[in-house]
Design a protein around this ligand. Structure first.
Ligand code: ATP
Ligand code: MG
Length: 640
């Protein structure tokens, strides 16, 4: 064991070693990117085990399941099977594990089910119907969004009066009924996992004591992105032994829009008196040029813990900067560079392409696919599988093919036009039984109905017929018209919060751009709806491979990761900082932190790119440079 301890500490510098050697009392490691925070947290757990702490007395909370797996693996490789007895996981997975044992305290049965947001939406819809609240007054998606953010801030239906910033007259009864229904279904949504755990710990002193005694040593990575409920859970669990070991970087707090409060890290010492504070100042990830670049960005944020970072990895290469006429050119530039790097001996998994918005991934995917370079889209729905894309494509399919029953079922009542499930079922069975196209079956059924239902179906069929099978239409125009006339854009705006709506509309814009490109590239006789759909479906097939490859990911999902080569794309004033952050100082600061996270993922080669024009929503707009580019000293940049 002497040897093992030595081995653990031999891989740490003095500052890191001091943090790892800390055993009792609260500790905060507040340090910049790449300084070894995650490494220290893992080593600290190993050191505790070496000191004789039982693995089941140790809890470690990570930000993703993947990070949890890697941490366990690292511990196992050094210390063997004891690694299995440590509780390592995300807040949600840890909460789930405790709730399976303790949920009877709040009336649940231990085999409760987890509802994802789509299930949750169905429940809210039921609630709204029961309470006779119309979709105009409160769209279901909106209600679910408000309920979720209330829960993330720690509110239950009973303490809504204190949520005074909000007009709760409409939402309060919906919230109450929603929770009641969920309980009667023996179901919890993601937010409930945390809130219910807190509830039990708060109200049952027996349970609280049990877990306080069990988790003698608690660790949290990425502490800067914890929200109010998570803070309270930790505060309760650490209440007896006070052994909370938190690591984080206030400069990397990027989930404010989901309820994370940077105050948790800034006020740590107030909540945990006599905290031992450790600073780590050596960065082991990046050469000096990258650190200087990162510092030039983040130092412009007020209200931060100042941090010094130095690196022993040498001055490093200059940062490549490339300005391209269009977003297509940007993608081909990046993919061209990737090809060069691969022939220079880099592996695909060494390389990451980062972007601010999900919609940007499509151009890269298309090109990488065409050139046969393996890639994976990290942490987001694959583009064509997203709901809004599938909805629009279902209309296109129905126009091209009046027999597409799946597409019919998907959109006959989307956006809501008052066609009941029973009518849909009748139409579908008529089509199936008689072998008629589903649109024809719908026309027949409509003739037998009366009133509003008949009118709705007829309007729907007329709408589809007006496109005349897509003849004489540009596909891009047709999609735009569908989105507008069927009211898909309006529906998205009504249902979703501003961020979500914006991102969904951007995705639809990306689909329109894809159609425009398709029309430009293909010879005239091949520009048909069915060819277009085929191409997209082919995309779906080929996109499903999950092999290791070039990583395509948003900056948000890159947190905690590192890559030898990083391309940071779309550095334009219309994209990054997000135009939605305009005029909001807090949002602007968060964009700046995002930029800092992006730059600090890089271990060796960093490329910054921007396009002077970008086609969004089928419209080409001209873009200026991102203000972040102006913050980087010229001498760090190498214009390509
Ligand atoms: P982030 O803020 O991005 O989460 P971090 O502070 O958690 O970064 P780590 O990921 O733990 O940093 O470490 C960054 C890199 O530096 C990793 O590759 C890690 O293995 C390496 N590293 C950390 N400390 C040392 C050390 N003392 N000697 C050698 N390499 C180290
Ligand atoms: Mg880390």
């Amino acid at each position: 064991t002497q040897d093992i301890s030595q081995a653990i500490f031999s891989q740490l510098n003095t500052q890191q070693g001091a943090a790892v050697a800390h055993v009792d009392g609260p500790a905060l490691i507040l340090a910049g990117a790449g300084s070894g925070k995650t490494r220290v947290l893992t080593a600290r757990i190993m050191n505790l085990l070496q000191q004789g702490v039982a693995p089941w007395n140790i809890l470690a909370v990570t930000f993703t399941n993947k990070a949890a797996g890697e941490m366990r693996q690292r511990i196992r490789s050094r210390l063997g099977p004891v690694a299995s007895d440590i509780w390592i996981g995300t807040f949600h997975s840890i909460a789930l594990r405790i709730l399976r044992i303790e949920c009877h305290h709040i009336g649940y049965e231990s085999d409760f089910v987890i509802y994802d947001p789509a299930d949750g939406l169905k429940v809210v819809t039921k609630v709204l119907k029961r309470l006779n609240i119309s979709a105009q007054t409160m769209p279901a998606k909106k209600a679910l969004g408000i309920i979720s953010s209330l829960k993330n801030s720690g509110y239950r239906p009973d303490d809504l009066e204190s949520a005074s910033t909000l007009d709760t007259t409409v939402i309060a009864p919906v919230f109450r009924e929603y929770q009641k229904l969920m309980l009667s279904f023996n179901a919890m949504d993601f937010d409930d996992l945390l809130l219910n755990l807190k509830e039990i710990l708060y109200h049952s002193s027996d349970v609280l004591q049990k877990y306080q005694q069990k988790f003698r040593y608690i660790h949290v990575d990425e502490y800067q992105d914890t929200n109010q409920v998570q803070f309270e859970i930790l505060h309760l669990l650490a209440g007896q032994h006070r052994n909370l070991f938190a690591v984080g970087d206030d400069d990397q707090s990027i989930y404010r829009f989901r309820g994370a409060t940077i105050e948790n890290i800034l006020n740590f010492e107030q909540h945990y008196p006599n905290t031992a504070i450790f600073k780590l100042e050596q960065n082991y990830r990046s050469p000096q040029s990258i650190l200087d670049c990162a510092n030039s960005i983040i130092s412009r944020n007020p209200r931060r813990h100042p941090k010094q970072l130095f690196s022993d990895l040498g001055p490093g290469e200059k940062i490549g900067l490339k300005v391209l006429p269009s977003a297509d050119d940007e993608a081909s530039f990046i993919v061209g560079e990737i090809q060069q790097l691969l022939s220079d001996g880099f592996a695909p998994s060494d390389i990451a392409v980062l972007y601010r918005t999900n919609a940007q991934s499509r151009l890269f995917e298309a090109l990488l696919l065409r050139r046969g370079i393996p890639y994976r889209v990290v942490g987001s729905f694959e583009f064509w599988k997203r709901k809004e894309i599938q909805d629009v494509l279902a209309y296109v399919s129905l126009i091209a093919n009046p027999r597409d029953i799946q597409a019919f079922e998907r959109v006959v009542n989307y956006p809501l036009r008052g066609i009941g499930a029973a009518s849909v079922e009748k139409i579908v069975s008529l089509a199936v039984d008689s072998g008629r196209p589903v649109l024809e079956a719908a026309a027949l059924m409509a003739a037998d109905l009366r009133g509003k239902a008949r009118q709705s179906i007829e309007n729907f069929l007329e709408f589809l017929a007006s496109f005349q099978g897509g003849q004489d239409y540009l596909i891009s125009d047709m999609i735009e018209e569908i989105v507008r006339k069927a009211g898909i854009d309006k529906d998205i705006r009504n249902r979703e919060d501003e961020h979500q709506a914006q991102s969904r509309l951007e995705n639809i814009g990306e689909l329109i751009s894809a159609a425009t490109a398709f029309e430009k590239e293909r010879p005239a006789e091949q520009i048909t709806l069915s060819h277009f759909l085929e191409e997209i479906n082919l995309g779906i097939e080929t996109r499903q491979n999950t092999q290791e490859g070039v990583s395509l990911l948003t900056i948000h999902s890159a947190k905690g990761l590192e890559f030898p080569v990083v391309f940071l794309s779309g550095l334009e004033n219309t994209l990054f900082p997000s135009p939605m952050s305009m005029g909001n100082q807090f949002a602007q600061e968060e964009e700046r932190r995002l930029m800092y996270v992006a730059v600090t993922r890089c271990q060796e080669k960093l490329f910054l790119t921007r396009a002077q024009s970008r086609t969004m929503f089928g419209k080409t707009t001209f873009c200026g440079e991102s203000m972040f580019l102006r913050d980087i000293p010229q001498e760090l940049l190498h214009k390509l």
